[in-house]
Design a protein around this ligand. Structure first.
Ligand code: ADP
Length: 249
């Protein structure tokens, strides 16, 4: 293992809640450069796996490795610093500030700099330029002076991607990127994820199978907390056990 080919690996990952296994013995491998989707019917354990990977939950058994290094007990801030960044935490957005201010704050957090560093005109303008470039990358330039709290839902999620990109992730983790979106927003965010994945790895939990089939080259299907199938969407989606898991038969 730890060949460098896999950015993220889990070994026998489990989460037990009072005798009930929400996740059981999950060994996942996310290959560098892939858009890897974690799918499965309701209650399959997707959110629990995601929360284990992003350190919102602690596993009851198993290991997590990032670029071959064990991170099972590493905190969320430390894994973000290593390049593994979770997007879509609405709470991370400051609703009363503009989009530009939000992205500038995300950049300052990433740089770990004090305001003193940025007080020269040159560095402030460099910070502004980087923030503008990130807003442009996610298609939000025209909204830069809007208050984040006033943005429609789909645009807010694009802002969260911009803020995650400020951390320069090598592995971007997305939790249901299209949940609750209009068709138009889904088309826009699918295109955006495709573009941001060009030079990084993406692991996403996603319900919408047409988004999954459009974006991901590998999928892992979970059922009752365990891996049911894994591989390219075209192959896995034809497997009788996967079809029956989705039909609940
Ligand atoms: P999914 O995201 O695939 O819908 P979840 O990971 O949310 O599935 O849940 C998997 C299973 O674990 C479900 O049966 C759920 O009820 C259970 N579960 C999740 N969180 C908890 C918890 N904190 N306590 C007890 N059971 C939980």
């Amino acid at each position: 293992m730890a060949s460098g080919e896999f950015v993220l690996e889990t070994e026998g990952l489990s989460k037990e809640f009072k005798g009930f296994f929400a996740v059981r013995d999950v060994s996942l491998r996310v290959r560098k450069g892939d858009i890897h989707a974690l799918i499965g019917p309701n209650g399959a354990g997707k959110t629990t796996v995601f929360n284990l990977l992003t350190k919102f939950l602690t596993p009851t058994a198993g290991r997590i490795l990032y670029k071959g290094e064990e991170i099972t007990k590493t905190g969320p801030a430390d894994i973000a610093r290593k390049g593994m960044v979770r997007s879509f935490q609405i709470s991370a957005v400051f609703p009363h500030l503009s989009l530009l201010e939000n992205v500038r704050i995300a950049l300052q957090r990433e740089l770990g700099t004090s305001f003193h560093f940025w007080k020269s005109d040159d560095s402030l303008s460099a910070l502004n330029d980087r923030a503008m470039a990130l807003l442009e990358a996610v298609g939000l330039t025209e909204f830069r002076n809007h208050t984040a709290g006033d943005l429609p839902y789909g645009r807010k999620r694009a802002l969260e991607i911009a803020m995650a990109l400020a951390c320069e992730p090598r592995l971007l983790l997305l939790d249901e990127p299209t949940a609750g979106m209009t068709h138009e927003d889904i088309v826009r965010i699918t295109d955006l994820i495709g573009r941001v994945s060009e030079n990084r790895t993406v692991l996403m939990v996603e319900h919408n199978l047409s988004v999954v089939s459009n974006l991901s080259n590998v999928i892992t299907v979970l059922q009752r907390g365990e891996i049911l199938a894994e591989g390219p969407y075209e192959e896995v989606s034809k497997m009788p056990e996967v079809i029956s898991a989705y039909l609940g038969t």
